[in-house]
Write a protein of this length. Structure first.
Length: 337
């Protein structure tokens, strides 16, 4: 109690306690910070929690993404649960890969996505984790070599993209910086559709504004930052970039298992345009998925939509002024069949 009273006394002597949370960093004269401020929109994390004026093309501030939608039945589960809970799902994303689905199931997913006015984003494969890489199976190397191993695998990846595009896919999940550049170049040359969305995987998520800015310049159309960044750190990325940020507000356990639902209103204010991304705590790895995991995957998909309803309830209560996109909004990578 004596310690508590002393702390309270010390705090009461400060007339503006909030100034501690808004003091610019670093707390000394820095040539590095000065150079960054002259060459990048964001030279430090935005501890002031300032609001951003950036928006989606429809002038909305946030959208809903349901990740790990691993196939046709999983997508059907998302749609059923979205109707049950009155949740507008703007994007579903998949982690197993275009190459891990039969063509007829992929086509059916894309047809449903088009009918629902929903972006369907499929991961590009094959990737190191399922190749013969030994390093990718070590603790240290699992994420260090998460892209495409060797140029033969890059060829396979580009073929995967072109196959998907031919089926009507207009949104892909990318996990390799070189592949990102190649796809962007093919779009510029008219080899791929100009409206093909390149979504950056959390596995290569930028930990700071400088890296995020470089990804945007290389062709990233929407960026998934690491799951453990603070709102000031995320806000600095937003200041340096214009593309949407896909932010896990609940992360799978293998990405930290964080549950940050109450932070979402301020995240949207500081990071718009933003996809509220509902991962799910407390489940095992499901990649690559298939029929042997289908029942479990569908149940996980249903729970992610339920979690989305929880977050939307908080948005309705604490941030009713913030604007969510309507179904089929401009800028979504809706399939074209």
């Amino acid at each position: 109690m004596q310690l508590f009273n002393r702390s309270r006394h010390l705090l009461s002597n400060h007339t503006n306690i909030s100034s501690f949370s808004t003091t610019p960093f670093p707390f000394f004269k820095s040539s590095a910070a000065e150079w960054l401020s002259e060459n990048l929109p964001s030279a430090g994390d935005l501890h002031s929690h300032q609001a951003t004026h950036k928006r989606f093309p429809d002038d909305a501030q946030y959208r809903i993404e349901i990740p790990s939608t691993e196939g046709l039945e999983s997508l059907k589960s998302v749609i059923e649960e979205a109707k049950k809970y009155n949740v507008t799902v703007h994007r579903v994303s998949q982690g197993s890969g275009i190459n891990m689905m039969p063509k007829h199931e992929t086509l059916e997913m894309l047809k449903i996505g088009k009918a629902e006015g929903m972006e369907v984003c499929l991961f590009v494969g094959p990737r190191n984790a399922w190749d013969i890489s030994a390093v990718a199976r070590t603790d240290a190397g699992r994420n260090a070599v998460s892209g495409h191993r060797g140029m033969d695998q890059v060829v396979f990846a580009l073929e995967d993209v072109m196959r998907g595009v031919d089926m009507g896919l207009r949104s892909i999940l990318v996990n390799d910086w070189g592949l990102l550049w190649a796809i962007d170049e093919m779009k510029k040359q008219g080899k791929l559709p100009s409206n093909l969305v390149q979504k950056i995987s959390v596995q290569m998520g930028p930990p700071n504004a400088l890296t995020a800015s470089l990804l945007e310049r290389t062709g990233a159309g929407t960026i998934n930052p690491p799951t453990d960044l603070t709102i000031p750190q995320l806000a600095s990325i937003r200041e340096a970039t214009d593309v949407p940020l896909d932010i896990y507000v609940e992360a799978p356990d293998n990405f930290g298992g964080f549950v940050r639902h109450y932070e979402v209103p301020q995240m949207v204010r500081s990071c718009s345009p933003m996809y509220i991304k509902l991962g799910l705590k407390k489940h095992g790895d499901i990649y690559p998925s298939g029929g042997h995991l289908e029942a479990h995957v569908c149940q996980l998909s249903r729970e992610r939509v339920r979690r989305a309803r929880i977050v939307l309830d908080l948005m309705d209560e604490y941030a009713p002024d913030l604007i969510m996109s309507e179904k089929g909004a401009k800028g979504l990578g809706i399939p074209e069949l």
